[in-house]
Design a protein around this ligand. Structure first.
Ligand code: IMP
Length: 192
């Protein structure tokens, strides 16, 4: 079965393809002919994920899903949250975002945080939501070269490596998106 995933991010496509397995052909936005940026102006992760999925469904009529992820830092009252991509600037400047996060947490002892992913699926016109959370700690400095976004600053709970120091399989096994997408995959396998 073909399903559009609302991204062109190669890391995310790899992660999701690994989790969902081969029964489903995951098609990127570009592959289904959507080249413009889809607006993400909603105040919640769920709202953004649903808005992106609806945008694709309305234009292509294809079954599709979209995710939105936020890094929710306890000492910052859940910030950057839904604004994680645009924390430091209006662009998606990962380096500036990580710098700002470290700055805001300077001298802060409570470094607990979570990544939270909302996935919205539209299947034959019906809407479904799935959530995945991973708790962890924000590092004092960056560690590792892998992954993307805030990965070099995030130690998932119970481990000594940041997401950026893990292989994509290791990250997938415990990550927010891995968890949300496994829920999606279980759901899809039931209705197949
Ligand atoms: P989005 O879901 O792609 O909109 O993600 C929002 C922001 O969170 C972006 O700045 C990403 O870099 C960051 N982000 C999303 N997923 C991850 C992840 O798995 N690791 C690290 N950062 C992430």
């Amino acid at each position: 079965m073909k399903i559009v995933f609302a991204t062109n991010n190669a890391h995310k496509l790899d992660e999701v393809r690994q989790v969902v397995g081969e029964e489903f052909e995951i098609v990127s936005l570009r592959e289904c002919g959507i080249v413009e940026d889809i607006p993400e102006n909603e105040p919640t992760l769920e709202g953004n994920a649903l808005a992106k999925a609806r945008y694709i469904y309305e234009r292509t009529g294809m079954n599709c899903f979209a995710d939105d992820t936020g890094l929710e830092v306890d000492a910052l009252g859940g910030e950057p949250g839904v604004r994680s991509a645009r924390y430091a600037t209006d662009g998606h400047d990962d380096e500036a975002n990580k710098r700002l996060l470290l700055e805001r947490l300077q001298g802060e002892e409570m470094r607990s945080a979570q990544f939270r992913t909302a996935v919205a699926l539209i299947m034959d016109g019906k809407e479904y939501l799935f959530e995945g959370i991973v708790r962890g700690e924000i590092a004092l400095e960056q560690h590792g070269e892998g992954g993307f976004g805030y990965d070099p600053l995030f130690f998932p709970e119970g481990g000594e490596l940041t997401f950026a120091q893990m292989s994509s399989e290791e990250k997938n096994a415990i990550s927010h998106r891995g968890r949300a997408v496994r829920k999606l995959a279980e759901f899809l396998q039931k209705i197949e």
